[in-house]
Write a protein that binds this ligand. Structure first.
Ligand code: SF4
Length: 82
């Protein structure tokens, strides 16, 4: 049975979020520093701000594709419905 994924509560509300499987490697912050940030204790990352334009969307997608834990999720809703 697959694990039930859930997002950290610190994620900025919206379409994209980081789940509790994050290992804190920091790659997402490297790829998309305007949209990802560290947790208060620095042990994992969260979506700090939802992407605001196509450039930020591209960097978020880079982070999704490079995340070693595959723990950046997209709920698939349009931005204005999130
Ligand atoms: S790239 Fe993935 S595993 Fe690494 S800190 Fe970001 S969300 Fe966590």
């Amino acid at each position: 049975m697959p694990a039930i994924l859930s997002g950290h509560s610190e994620n900025a509300p919206g379409r994209y979020y980081v789940t509790e499987e994050c290992n804190g490697c920091g790659l997402c912050v490297t790829y998309s520093p305007d949209n990802f940030g560290w947790s208060p204790d620095g042990s994992y990352c969260v979506v700090s701000r939802q992407p605001m334009d196509t450039l930020e969307l591209d960097t978020v997608w880079d982070a999704i594709q490079e995340c070693p834990m595959r723990c950046i999720e997209d709920d698939g809703l349009p931005e204005d419905a999130a």
